[in-house]
Design a protein around this ligand. Structure first.
Ligand SMILES: [Zn+2]
Length: 97
């Protein structure tokens, strides 16, 4: 009975250790780190025509998303086309365009 108890402790310790090293190995970046690595691009708001700076995710070739204008707070549809991690084209439209 005592032997089984010790065995379980050892098993638990080794499991903890392996899960710990797994976290270190993967090194999952925090949300802040991802944000800092994103390039920025200037777009013109289709509502108030102010130039605003937006973060662009170049990991996808073509993507469309909605971001609120930092000046007038209205939703801008942003279409980003990228190639090899660089922005090749960026468009801003009104939400229903
Ligand atoms: Zn605006």
């Amino acid at each position: 009975m005592k032997f089984i108890f010790i065995f379980l402790i050892i098993l638990e310790l080794s499991l903890r250790r392996s899960s710990h090293s797994l976290i270190l190995k993967t090194g999952v970046p925090t949300k802040d780190e991802i944000m800092q690595n994103l390039p920025t691009a200037n777009i013109q708001c289709p509502y108030c025509w102010e130039t605003i700076e937006v973060l662009v995710d170049c990991s996808v070739e073509r993507q469309e998303y909605i971001e609120d204008c930092s000046v007038c707070c209205r939703p801008i549809t942003i279409i980003v086309e990228s190639s090899d991690g660089d922005v090749v084209n960026i468009e801003s439209r009104t939400e229903d365009e």
